[in-house]
Design a protein around this ligand. Structure first.
Ligand SMILES: Cc1ncc(COP(=O)(O)O)c(C=O)c1O
Length: 384
């Protein structure tokens, strides 16, 4: 204990995450928890049986460092069938402990002291600490409500000699926006003559609505050749607790990624990798997701009709933003707590996703919940 005070924190401003705070508050006040982003419906019985069968068959020891070969082959097939893009299963695909570890390891692989990394806020909370731990400097571009649109000419002004990486996320957590072909073409034009790399967080690739197609950097050759592209089985198969994901990157980037990955986790969960490989044989498994989640979004929105909250557009991800500026001037962090304690419904205040803590009076609600939970949540919000 006596040494604790001598430890100079590498992340001195990092406290307990808002997700833990709001979840604890929700539990304490017996509130519905629409704060943390996890589904409350079950993983497919078939997938669970496949995991079980793999465990019984003895697939319980270390997997290969880069991931189970069959699963990497399935991912390569998927990228080919869905996007007509080739990623080599041997040299360009690595299985990770969820999207978060893929993001962390990719950043450690390419960021050196003083390198600048452009992050679009509001942002998933693991990006900036990973950059700081790698010795990099985060440069924040603030996306603003209600449309959270990127002005690429403004991004251009943030680029310096030190810019090494740009992190993008589509579909976007927390705003529910998606990047368009035009966005990706503008990004391509902006960096194609530089040595800037891209980390594209596409964990919600299959949670996209209203007939929109997911636009992956993989489909833009001048971006793909300089990108790490991150995916999560947790999001796709309602199994966030399994912490399994993968990263695609050209061979040279993958080689650097794996140099770190082998000492970071070495390898990840074996039986689930084999089970997912079997499960992915049935291509239909992920085609069902857009209509499934669109129905959830639409139900939540229809249950909310007549409420004093302004419902913001949501094109992807499983988050619905609600603007409460018509209701109160309270800070979003305070209002989220108040709703939890007084109305029994927990959300995430969007200001926490900004380095500058910008308060647009917007709260994030996860609608990956069964219909009854969504209905009860809406009733609580209608009582405001
Ligand atoms: C934008 C974004 N990226 C990455 C992740 C992490 O995914 P995983 O749970 O697979 O680590 C999440 C999870 O909430 C997320 O919202």
């Amino acid at each position: 204990m006596q040494f604790a005070s001598e430890i100079k924190s590498k992340l001195p401003t990092a406290g307990t995450t808002i997700f833990s705070i709001m979840s604890a508050l929700a539990a304490k006040h017996n509130a519905l928890n629409l704060a943390q982003g996890f589904p409350n419906f079950p993983v497919s019985e078939k997938l669970i049986s496949l995991v079980n069968a793999q465990m019984k068959a003895g697939a319980n020891q270390y997997a290969p460092m880069q991931g189970v070969q069959l699963l990497r082959e399935r991912i390569a097939e998927k990228m080919h069938n869905r996007y007509n893009i080739s990623y080599h299963s041997e040299t360009e695909i690595t299985i990770t402990a969820g999207g978060t570890q893929a993001i962390f390891t990719a950043i450690q692989a390419v960021i050196r002291d003083g390198d600048e990394v452009i992050i679009f806020d509001p942002a998933y909370d693991s990006y900036a600490p990973a950059v700081t731990l790698a010795g990099g400097v985060t440069i924040h571009y603030d996306l603003m409500a209600p449309d959270y649109k990127i002005d690429w000419q403004a991004v251009k002004k943030l680029i310096t000699q030190r810019t090494r990486l740009i992190i993008i996320n589509t579909p976007h957590n927390p705003s529910g926006t998606i990047l368009t072909v035009d966005d990706l073409q503008q990004l391509e034009a902006l960096i194609s003559h530089s040595n800037i790399l891209v980390l594209s967080d596409e964990v919600y690739e299959h949670i996209i609505f209203d007939g929109h197609m997911h636009q992956s950097v993989c489909a833009f050759p001048a971006l793909a050749e300089r990108s790490f592209v991150v995916y999560s089985f947790g999001k796709t198969y309602h199994a966030t607790g399994w912490k399994l994901g993968y990263v695609l990157a050209p061979e040279a980037l993958t080689t650097e990624f794996r140099r770190i990955h082998q000492f970071n986790v070495f390898s990840v969960n074996t039986p689930m990798q084999y089970a997912l490989a079997d499960y992915m044989q049935d291509a239909g498994n992920y085609e069902l997701l857009p209509p499934f989640y669109q129905e959830k979004r639409d139900k939540f929105v229809s249950f909310l009709q007549g409420s004093r909250f302004k419902i913001m557009p949501c094109s992807g991800s499983y988050f619905q933003l609600l603007d409460y500026s018509n209701i109160t001037d309270e800070k979003d962090t305070e209002y989220a707590k108040q709703l939890t304690i007084e109305k029994g419904i927990a959300s995430i205040p969007v200001s926490v996703f900004y380095q500058r803590k910008i308060d647009n009076k917007v709260l994030r609600f996860c609608f990956a919940k069964d219909d009854e939970t969504l209905q009860r949540a809406a009733e609580k919000l209608l009582s405001v």
